[in-house]
Design a protein around this ligand. Structure first.
Ligand SMILES: *[C@@H]1O[C@H](CO)[C@@H](O)[C@H](O)[C@H]1NC(C)=O
Ligand SMILES: *[C@@H]1O[C@H](CO)[C@@H](O)[C@H](O)[C@H]1NC(C)=O
Ligand SMILES: *[C@@H]1O[C@H](CO)[C@@H](O)[C@H](O)[C@H]1NC(C)=O
Ligand SMILES: *[C@@H]1O[C@H](CO)[C@@H](O)[C@H](O)[C@H]1NC(C)=O
Ligand SMILES: *[C@@H]1O[C@H](CO)[C@@H](O)[C@H](O)[C@H]1NC(C)=O
Ligand SMILES: *[C@@H]1O[C@H](CO)[C@@H](O)[C@H](O)[C@H]1NC(C)=O
Length: 489
């Protein structure tokens, strides 16, 4: 198995285009961001779109401190009416419409396309991005399920395999760590009963149980209530039947932290949750081999060893947990060429709500790192500060298992993935790829210098459409000539 996987070398590139789902909604609302890089302006609008009745409302968002004019526009195409209110002067103009109704792309794809088109190579002028505004995810995740969980704890730098039983209705969770033979790590069987604020923790080696009060609120897995829908993506390779599954992304601001998640489309089966909090840092869970329902409800009965400990437990007051820490998330359009060790990344970086856009070209063989800020058009050229990162299967990878992502036995909402890991001199890699063709799904890289880096790949297409993607932008060629590049130590 190990050798078979090591042969899965390929060149991939992620693109924005995904096939349109057949059931695109006819009515939706979104936040639209229109960027014009040549004129250096961005316009934010709230958009309400009604295809059935051919009517559109666009309300521009006012950015305080500018003296730009803002408009509230209503287009009623069936009545041929164009209402335009200037939000500063409150004057309204009504006229006949000057253009036919414009169909807008499939809503779920919209935000995704926009983000990944930003600063696209060879595209000048206007780029339109649409972002979900107020839509809700089409469904709820099932309230009771069991899965295999791989949990990454970035602050404590470890990875844990667990069998997870999750009951949202009664707010209880059982997590039994899987024992890896030959390691002398301690294994723990945990039961959290949130309604009773009880935390049972049984050490599976010593058989000693500790019972304490729960120190943090219940954490939703799957879709967080009231979550904001962020888009729909494909995991695996677009157009490859059996190796692709559609997932919906969401984010939410809970009282104790910031959540992001992935669930399958359309049934919302949990695939991934990320949780950021000040108290616990960054926690990352991937769910595999998920089955709906709880096979044996006794899983929520405390183990025998815990009964005495519970009697002795001195109930403590539950501490409120502090709010979230600064979150950092980056969406990128990525072109990856393993053969020539080069990468192009067009990135939207969101640091606590402030967005910046970068176009990066990294040529490992030439030791050149080009970073173009797409807002200022200033390019910096430097030497590369780290070795090439394999995406997909690392050449020295060890095979860790075959799992199903999505819900077991639900056609169209499950995909088989292979897990692997590799331990290099200064870096530790883990990854997920589809089975059998090894299309990249996720990579984690850990190094002392850069900490944990986590990448998920969506809407992957094999091959590089335009090899010019690896040619430095004009601004960077100029910068390279005028700049002395000092090597990084
Ligand atoms: C609607 O009217 C406004 C101002 O009168 C004009 O700028 C805009 O182009 C018109 N839009 C359409 C679709 O007719
Ligand atoms: C989303 O769901 C919440 C709770 O069910 C509801 O209060 C809210 O109005 C919904 N929003 C939209 C845009 O449908
Ligand atoms: C439960 O207790 C264990 C051991 O006492 C502790 O490590 C863990 O953080 C606690 N978990 C919660 C959610 O309170
Ligand atoms: C979450 O809440 C914080 C503070 O209340 C706010 O600054 C931040 O913008 C919110 N983020 C999202 C994604 O809603
Ligand atoms: C490339 O340069 C940018 C900033 O100039 C830096 O943030 C990034 O880590 C560098 N990447 C590599 C691979 O050297
Ligand atoms: C990686 O290798 C180093 C040294 O060879 C070892 O100390 C470490 O435990 C290994 N890590 C993993 C996760 O296998």
């Amino acid at each position: 198995m190990k050798y078979l996987i090591a042969l899965c070398l390929f060149v991939v590139s992620a693109y924005a285009q995904a096939p349109k789902p057949c059931d695109s909604p006819a009515q939706w609302e979104a936040r639209e961001i229109r960027q014009d890089y040549s004129k250096k302006f961005a316009e934010y609008r709230k958009l309400s779109y009604d295809e059935t009745n051919k009517r559109i409302r666009e309300v521009e968002e006012i950015i305080i401190g500018t003296d730009k004019e803002y408009y509230d526009r209503l287009y009623l195409h069936n009545e041929n009416k164009n209402y335009s209110v200037n939000l500063k002067t409150r004057k309204c103009e009504v006229s006949a419409l000057t253009r036919p109704f414009r169909y807008r792309g499939v809503y779920p794809q919209a935000k995704f396309d926009g983000i990944f088109n930003i600063g696209a190579v060879g595209v000048s002028g206007e780029v339109v991005a649409v972002q979900a505004w107020s839509a809700n995810i089409t469904g709820d995740s099932p309230p009771q399920w069991e899965a295999r969980e791989i949990r990454q704890d970035y602050s404590r730098k470890f990875e844990e395999f667990r069998k997870l039983s999750y009951d949202e209705t009664n707010r209880r969770v059982r997590e039994v760590e899987e024992i890896l033979l030959g390691s002398d790590k301690e294994y723990v069987d945990r039961l959290y009963l949130y309604n009773e604020a009880k935390n049972y923790s049984l050490n599976l080696k010593t058989k000693v149980c500790t019972v304490t009060a729960l120190t943090r609120p219940f954490r939703h897995r799957g879709v967080f209530p009231g979550a904001k829908f962020d888009g729909i993506f494909n995991i695996g390779a677009v157009g490859v039947s059996g190796e692709v599954v559609a997932v919906q992304a969401f984010s939410a601001n809970g009282t104790d932290g910031f959540y992001t998640g992935l669930v399958t489309y359309p049934s919302c089966y949990p695939v991934q949750n990320l949780f950021f909090s000040k108290a616990n840092g960054f926690e990352h869970s991937d769910y595999f081999d998920l089955n709906i329902g709880i096979v044996d409800l006794n899983v929520f009965v405390p183990p025998q060893e815990c009964i005495k400990a519970e009697e002795e437990m001195n109930k403590k007051k539950i501490m409120p947990v502090t709010d979230y820490e600064q979150k950092y998330q980056e969406y990128r359009r990525l072109s990856y060429d393993e053969t020539n060790k080069r990468e192009r990344q067009i990135a939207e970086v969101d640091v606590g709500g402030d967005k910046a856009y970068y176009d990066r070209l990294i040529l490992y063989n030439e030791n050149k790192n080009y970073t173009l800020n797409l807002k200022t058009r200033i390019c910096t050229v430097s030497a590369i500060n780290r070795p090439f990162h394999y995406r997909g299967v690392h050449p020295n990878a060890k095979f860790d298992g075959l799992f199903e992502l999505g819900a077991v036995g639900v056609p169209g909402e499950v995909v088989a993935v292979q897990a692997f890991s590799a331990n290099e001199t200064n870096e530790y890699y883990t990854g997920l790829v589809t089975y059998p063709s090894c299309y990249p799904v996720q990579n984690l890289h850990f190094s002392k210098t850069h900490g944990f880096e986590h990448s998920d790949y969506f809407d992957l297409h094999i091959g590089i459409t335009d090899l010019n993607v690896f040619v430095p932008p004009t601004e960077c060629l100029k910068a390279e000539k005028s700049q002395k590049i000092s090597p990084v130590v």
